[in-house]
Design a protein around this ligand. Structure first.
Ligand SMILES: Nc1nc2c(ncn2[C@@H]2O[C@H](COP(=O)(O)OP(=O)(O)OP(=O)(O)O)[C@@H](O)[C@H]2O)c(=O)[nH]1
Ligand SMILES: [Ca+2]
Length: 528
């Protein structure tokens, strides 16, 4: 059996060796060598694949996103017309990065602004309860004690403190008492200055837009910093303009603020016009009209034709903006709309004194303003009004005026029928507000048809409301470092990724080199 078997083998070997002129005596040994080389090759290949899989697994496991440790902060914007409660959060380990703080909740407090509670100060604090309870629900319980709460009051409280400082303090005490009842880390209630309001608005929008981002220094050609955007805020009682001028003429130091943020110095111009928010501006205009007309019966071109309103004298003259115009003892002022855009604009132009300027350049009312430069983000009432008029993306100033002219001339009856769901207070004032915005921007600040397109009317940026509140919190929590934090040029994920890639490349080069120079027999033509 055995011999027979061998005989068959020999016969087969003989056939095979006839085709390949190899020494038949090498037959069995070379076959063994070839199968060994094959095995080594398979083992090497297996180890290579195993190594690659291990490298990728380590990289993926190491870079698996860790559960984020979030921090929270609350800022109350106590404006003249209402209060809003903003809740922000950010990943704890990234708090010095730019653009990481996000708005997670905004709650509009029911009722008027806290300055309206001067006759019943306790109610100012009580009014905040619903929104503070919402904040309590939004923020995880374990974070409550570490969540700072700030309240900043703006122009309404500025006016109240001008009128009656003691009452303004009582209102602030009432809101403080109310906020201290919550499990958060109360950090104070105060009236912020107009300059702060402008500057924090500017910081907020540039932080959200990512304009403070500066590239790392490992590639010198990448070291470019983005231009900042100016900020235009129109509130109920004051308005702010803030931007980084191109020329550094500093004729009016009180209008400049110097910031060092992420390793760059910013010299920012800012001015806040008290009484030029849209509610106070309307009162200022009406009080002047009553004075000029010598009558409390007014025909007003800034309201739609057919609109009639009885305004109480207490409402009209009840703020320091208009108190000095009170001449009549009448308790009501009757306003009848005539809806004439051109007359309205002419009428409003009187509010902007352009005749005197103690500096090389002024905006209005003897206030220094450098030449406008760059883009501007225009928010709050700038947005509400332009959005209603469908003009937020209209870059042609003449078309803006055309739309406004058309809207103002529509009868009040028609307007009400067209927009039955809009609050009558807002609806009735859109003709005035739109014309006021145009006059303020053109006459007041000096925007023209050439740079009108540089104004971006916006409400939110990347999910957060455009408001001074974020900048206020970033500043008080020291979240914006003066210098760019030093960090390795690559993120950890990019580092591991590149390491894996280069290991592959090296291994491939070695493998190809091995194949090329020590060509294994099994790969020789005809063997495999
Ligand atoms: N059309 C419209 N107007 C609004 C809306 N919300 C607020 N307003 C009005 O827009 C104006 C500005 O509102 P805000 O920016 O909240 O003003 P504020 O912060 O109370 O006032 P300041 O203290 O001067 O900043 C006020 O006259 C408000 O009555 C809205 O949703 N639509
Ligand atoms: Ca405001």
């Amino acid at each position: 059996m055995h011999n027979k078997g061998l005989g068959i083998t020999v016969l087969q070997e003989f056939k095979w060796t006839k085709k390949m002129p190899l020494d038949t005596s090498l037959g069995k040994g070379s076959k063994q060598k070839i199968s060994w080389s094959k095995k080594v090759l398979i083992i090497l290949g297996f180890l290579f694949v195993l190594g690659a899989v291990a490298l990728i697994t380590v990289a993926v496991v190491q870079n698996k996103p860790l559960p984020k440790n979030m921090k929270y902060g609350i800022v109350l914007d106590a404006g003249s017309s209402h209060t809003s409660v903003y809740v922000y959060n950010w990943p704890a380990e990234k708090e010095n990065d730019t653009g990481v703080v996000q708005q997670v909740e905004v709650c509009k407090v029911d009722g008027p602004g806290i300055s309206s509670y001067s006759k019943d100060v306790e109610k100012a604090g009580l009014s905040l309860q619903d929104c503070m309870n919402t904040a309590k629900q939004v923020i995880p319980k374990k974070e409550h004690r570490d969540t700072p709460v700030y309240l900043g009051a703006t122009a309404g409280m500025r006016l109240l403190s001008l009128d009656n400082n003691k009452i303004a303090d009582k209102v602030l005490l009432s809101v403080e008492k109310s906020l201290r009842l919550y499990p958060f880390d109360f950090q104070g209630c105060r009236i912020i200055t107009g300059q702060e309001e402008g500057a924090y608005g500017w910081i907020s929008i540039n932080y959200m837009l990512g304009n403070f981002k500066q590239s790392s220094s490992w590639m010198p050609f990448q070291q470019t910093s983005t231009e900042t955007s100016g900020a235009l805020d129109l509130g109920g009682a004051s308005t702010q303009i803030t931007f980084e001028p191109t020329d550094s003429i500093n004729e009016s130091p009180e209008n400049f603020m110097l910031f060092r943020l992420y390793g760059k110095t910013y010299n920012v111009y800012t001015h806040s016009f008290l009484c030029y928010g849209k509610d106070q501006a309307l009162r200022l205009r009406l009080a002047n009209d009553v004075k000029n007309a010598g009558s409390t019966n007014l025909q007003n071109p800034c309201f739609n034709p057919g609109y009639v309103k009885n305004m109480s004298a207490v409402d009209l003259y009840g703020s320091p903006c208009t108190a000095k115009y009170k001449l009549f003892s009448s308790s009501f002022i009757l306003i009848t709309g005539t809806g004439d855009y051109h007359q309205c604009q002419q009428n409003l132009q009187d509010m902007f004194n352009k005749t005197e300027c103690p500096y090389s350049r002024c905006s209005f009312n003897r206030i220094f303003q450098p030449e406008l430069s760059g883009n501007f983000g225009a928010f709050s009432a700038f947005y509400f009004v332009m959005n209603f008029l469908n003009l937020t993306s209209e870059k042609d100033l003449s078309k803006v005026k055309e739309t406004l002219k058309e809207f103002c001339s529509e009868s009040w009856q028609q307007v009400k029928e067209k927009f039955p769901d809009i609050k009558e207070k807002y609806l009735s004032e859109y003709c005035f507000s739109g014309t006021y915005i145009l006059t303020l921007l053109e006459m007041g600040y000096g925007f023209t048809s050439e740079n009108w397109g540089n104004i971006n009317f916006l409400r939110k940026i990347k999910g957060s409301d455009a408001a001074w509140t974020l900048g206020y919190m970033l500043n008080l929590t020291n979240m914006i470092p003066a210098e760019l934090p030093s960090s390795p040029p690559l993120s950890h994920a990019s580092y591991v990724g590149l390491m894996v890639l280069f290991s592959f490349l090296l291994a491939s080069v070695v493998f190809i080199g091995w194949l090329y120079f020590w060509k294994p027999r099994c790969l020789q033509k005809g063997i495999i």
